[in-house]
Design a protein around this ligand. Sequence first.
Ligand code: NAD
Length: 247
Amino acid sequence: MSGRGVLVTGASRGIGRAVAAAFAGEGDRVAIHHRDSAEQARQLLGELPGQGHTVVQADLAHPDEVRRMADTAAETLGGIDVLVNNAGIFLHHPITELSYEEWQAAWRRTLDVNLVGAANVTWCALQHMPAGGRIVNVSSRGAFRGEPDGPAYGAAKAGLNAFGQSLAIALAPRGIAVATVAPGFVATDMTNEHLKPPRGDEIRAQSPFGRVAEPEEIAAAVVYLASPAAEWASGAVLDLNGASYLR
Ligand code: NAD
């Protein structure tokens, strides 16, 4: 088998889809993980260059599903050399507008998927990861800046940054590097609504480039951080914001 085995969570669309395509373009074999988008995942499978790719399914909020998914990916790929923890959700949950029950549900779901889900995928993938392995977490600008409409999202992403840094220390003796990307706004389904005028115009104006990122621009950084050359980037949190927030 040629190339490395790469598991990308949330790969049926958006940033994850671009990441899967970028690794396949490098000659790697990709496990396209999805939650409930079998059709999109199979379509991507048909479009990826190269051979040996596969589709795996799990709701990351369910630990048993996660373990089965990671084991299946490892079996098909012949191990997991690279894990990209990309899947995530943004729930609109401003503290001043929700009941106590709604508030709790938003926190639980957000942390279960964005933080605990990623931690569980990582534990399971590690069982199949050889020396030289790479883990890349997809965090967010929300880890550093206020998210008034989604405080649990920002907290989960800040937690993901800390998780990545802890793992970078813990896994270095095994020759595994762990790094994080923290993008600002990227044009995907997650941000469709945010990017409509007038709010979208304000968001685009935050960058001196006058636009938001395309998923492929985030994927390129993920591929670098997962490369054999990037061992020294272990523990890094790469701020990908097109010079936004510098003024
Ligand atoms: P997206 O909504 O297009 O994709 C998210 C993916 O995660 C989907 O494939 C979805 O099915 C999957 N997912 C969601 N909940 C899941 C669950 N319970 N179990 C399994 N999979 C689940 O969004 P995107 O913009 O491509 O986001 C990808 C990652 O990038 C996310 O972690 C997001 O927080 C992060 N991010 C996005 C932006 C942005 O502006 N779009 C900015 C910074 C960070």
